[in-house]
Design a protein around this ligand. Structure first.
Ligand SMILES: [Zn+2]
Length: 284
């Protein structure tokens, strides 16, 4: 039910950048294939040390290059497909109130308009710093973190706060109806990925100046977005809620939301046009 509602909501969204992205990724994959960098899974060498499967992953044959010195950061970016970074939190696999990850305070730029401390899993935080410095090396510095770890309790108070807001805006609504509206833009406690401490939402000054707020579709128009969509996997991050996967993720398109999964999984997910749910299904 939730999925249908979100799909409906989605139809209002713009489509052009995603199509361009997919075309770009397909082109990249074809080029790699032509150069013999990608081997078909049937003919792949059995370099997979993960165990029982004979799957050949794209990341195993990738040649990752960086402008900035990543020597100290690779230990964070490359996770060896560690399950703790592949934790799933969605509407059908909610986290419990007792899922409380260890987090550290972020030292990168955070939202200057709300002056809030942001915290994240320390490995994801280091991968994020590496990504931001590479981005800066490419000339993109207008970017900040506007949301990161959010506890179960915080999500709970946000969620029920939104319901109260909707009901005071429109007193004719029943609580049920208000909840349905809130579910189109906020998550039930336990179903927000922000509870994992492994994801961030980005904003930019350009967006704030143009729209007066962040976490808007305008993020797609920024240089930061164009860079992230092409490069985030090299640092272990994925676009978590793609426009064409709403029916699988159960969440509307969020060009600003990036999830840390480690470079291996991120490469498969981003370059093969999967979403996290699809990749996890493939793994199992
Ligand atoms: Zn988010």
């Amino acid at each position: 039910m939730l999925i249908q509602r979100n799909t409906k909501h989605m139809s209002l969204r713009g489509r052009r950048p995603s199509r361009m992205l997919r075309a770009g990724l397909l082109l990249l994959i074809s080029m790699l294939a032509l150069q013999g960098c990608i081997q078909p899974s049937s003919g792949g060498e059995s370099t997979d040390t993960a165990g029982e499967t004979d799957k050949t992953f794209l990341y195993e044959t990738m040649n990752y290059t960086y402008k900035t010195d990543e020597t100290g950061f690779l230990q964070y970016i490359v996770t060896g497909m560690d399950a703790q970074y592949l934790v799933l939190a969605n509407k059908t696999s909610p986290l419990g109130a007792d899922y409380i990850p260890d987090t550290v305070r972020l030292t990168c730029a955070t939202n200057p308009y709300n002056q809030r401390d942001e915290t994240l899993n320390s490995r994801a935080a280091n991968a994020l710093y590496a990504m931001l410095s590479e981005m800066a090396a490419d000339g993109i510095t207008d970017i900040f973190v506007t949301s990161s770890y959010r506890s179960y309790d915080r999500q709970q108070s946000l969620f029920y706060g939104y319901i109260d807001e909707e009901m005071s805006k429109n007193p004719a609504l029943t609580r049920e109806q208000a909840e349905q509206i809130v579910l189109t833009y906020s998550a039930y406690p336990g179903t927000s990925e922000h509870q994992t401490g492994l994801c961030v939402d980005f904003g930019t000054n350009a967006e704030y100046n143009e729209v007066g707020e962040v976490l808007t579709e305008y993020f797609e128009e920024t240089a930061a977005f164009r860079w992230l969509i092409e490069n985030c996997y090299r640092f272990g991050f994925i676009l978590r809620y793609p426009e064409d996967k709403v029916s699988v993720t159960g969440y509307t398109y969020e060009p600003w939301h990036y999830r840390f999964v480690g470079r291996e999984a991120a490469t498969e997910i981003m370059l093969r046009g999967l979403c996290m749910e699809e990749f996890l299904n493939e793994l199992n």
